[in-house]
Design a protein around this ligand. Structure first.
Ligand code: NAI
Ligand code: MG
Length: 353
């Protein structure tokens, strides 16, 4: 099999961690007998400063025919964050209907969790990625006056709720998981979250009768993430709740340098995009000390999505082997290895598999 991959490394540590992910992908191709034709796009803040835009006018058109997009991170002090995010990442997520934001939350060997009990944590979050609380519907009135107000609308559609619930249920079934947990706040947010509850529970009952389904108010669920994270398998949440829960999830298993994500279009009518949860980390950019694991794991999620399960598994096992061995660690996880040394160690571990 041959796949066309668009690579957007971005800014700051983006290109540093991407270099290691591409080395790992290259080794995986040779070991598992598939081909990746990677095309790099230098659409980043430098490009913006030169051309006044984050991507060329036909940028989306050029990305459309790829099988997947591997993204690094974007963000530079010389360009406002709204510009980098809304002109590059958002159009890709929205126009390519990547309505699932998929985030694994998994304990890794040798990485201390800030939680008191050392239980093994392994669940995934399905965050709705296209509608919900993150909308530009609303406005502000009476600016500067005593009675100043802002209205920010949440948009939940039946179709939007059904499809994310279906994506979570299908994932659970396909991976032999037994339980889906939905986050809500329908006791207070009575219109949008009631619609969420009704259609999530209906889809689960009608289409996924074999799965256990539970629902919690998101505030209580946040506490359970800390108290009994090992009890979750698939967590389903709206855009805002999912955003917060997934960073909480990243926090309980060891931090940003280790957290991958996928922006997935389940219908596969447009490419999906895989990226680490972290940003361009300007505080450590250029020093060669960023942890490449989040990027490498994101590349593994991409292979999983493309159907190269064996290669994806091999990469994750190599990451785990290196962390178990423990000698090579970047600074964020308590060592002094460089980005390249970390990448090298994972490559070596893959060859032993
Ligand atoms: P950040 O994720 O870039 O950094 C937060 C902290 O985590 C920093 O101390 C950083 O050094 C550390 N860190 C992040 N990734 C790491 C890694 N792989 N290895 C070791 N340490 C790591 O978030 P921050 O500082 O809030 O934002 C910086 C820039 O990144 C901003 O311009 C922001 O807009 C952008 N950003 C972009 C995202 C994206 O491309 N999807 C996501 C989040 C932020
Ligand atoms: Mg977030």
């Amino acid at each position: 099999n041959t796949y066309q991959i668009a690579v957007i490394a971005g800014d700051g540590i983006g290109p540093e961690v991407m270099e290691q992910a591409l080395r790992v992908l290259n080794a995986a191709e040779r070991q598992d007998n598939f081909r990746l034709e990677c095309k790099e796009f230098s659409w980043n803040s430098e490009y913006y400063l030169k051309h006044g835009r984050m991507m060329p006018e036909d940028g989306m058109e050029r990305l459309k025919s790829f099988d997947a997009i591997l993204f690094g991170a974007i963000g530079d002090a010389r360009v406002p964050d709204e510009v980098t995010i809304w002109e590059l990442i958002m159009p890709i997520r929205k126009q390519f209907r990547q309505y699932v934001n998929f985030r694994p939350v998994k304990s890794l060997p040798g990485i201390p969790s800030p939680l008191a009990n050392g239980d093994h944590i392994d669940f995934v979050i399905f965050r709705e990625n296209a509608e919900g609380e993150y909308s530009d519907s609303g406005g502000r009135l009476y600016a500067g006056q005593e009675g100043e107000i802002a209205v920010q609308n949440t948009i939940m559609t039946r179709a939007g709720v059904e499809r994310i619930a279906r994506a979570a249920g299908s994932y659970a079934e396909k991976h032999g998981l037994k339980k889906v947990t939905s986050a809500t706040k329908s006791n207070a947010v009575i219109h949008a979250n009631k619609l969420w509850d009704e259609h999530v529970s209906r889809v689960m009952a009608e289409e996924f009768g074999g799965l256990e389904f539970e629902q919690y108010y998101v505030d209580a669920l946040a506490a359970y993430f800390v108290q009994r994270p090992q009890s979750f398998e698939v967590v389903l949440a709206s855009n805002l709740f999912g955003d917060i829960l997934s960073d909480l999830g990243s926090g309980i298993v060891g931090g940003l340098g280790l957290s991958p994500s996928g922006n997935i279009n389940p219908e596969k009518d447009y490419p999906s995009m895989f990226e680490p949860v972290h940003g361009s980390a300007p505080d450590i950019a250029g020093k060669g000390i960023a942890n490449p694991i989040a990027q490498i794991w994101s590349a593994a999620l991409m292979l999983e999505h493309l159907g190269e399960h064996k290669a994806a598994k091999r990469i994750l096992e190599a990451i785990e082997a290196v962390l178990t061995e423990g000698a090579v660690r970047t600074k964020d996880i308590g060592g002094d290895a460089t980005t390249a040394q970390m990448g090298e160690a994972i490559l070596l571990a893959m060859k032993k598999k």
